[in-house]
Design a protein around this ligand. Sequence first.
Ligand code: NI
Length: 148
Amino acid sequence: MEKINVAREAAEVAEFWSQRVLASGNGNLFKVARGIGSTNWHSHDDQDEVFLVIEGHITIQLRDRDIDLEPGDLLVIPRGTEHCPIAHEEARFLLVGPEVTSNAAGGKPDWSYTTPAKACCPDAADSPGRQAPRPASAQPCSARHDGH
Ligand code: NI
């Protein structure tokens, strides 16, 4: 039994929009992730998605409105509800749920799959095969955000 620093663990997640499992208890996994740019529209049919923002800001786009989250804010997205998180600057958050949501169901943008470890860090920008995060090319989820 050891304590875990959620903020520190979140900062060390190498790939954006990927979940790192920190702990489990009472049938739930406690996971952290980092986000920047936009994901894709998706929903989770198997579980509610529980967000607790640790650092930064993230907007949860829903089909009928946006919900802005800042550090300390908790949001439960009911299972089956379409959503599309977008972070204009890096956001770090805790997720709580019975399983890791799959990449396919998680709305993870394509560019995130090829982002190597520490792509966030400018001093690593000259490494071979480097592909920096490209949030600017990750288009917001829906046309209603075009032009913003
Ligand atoms: Ni989701």
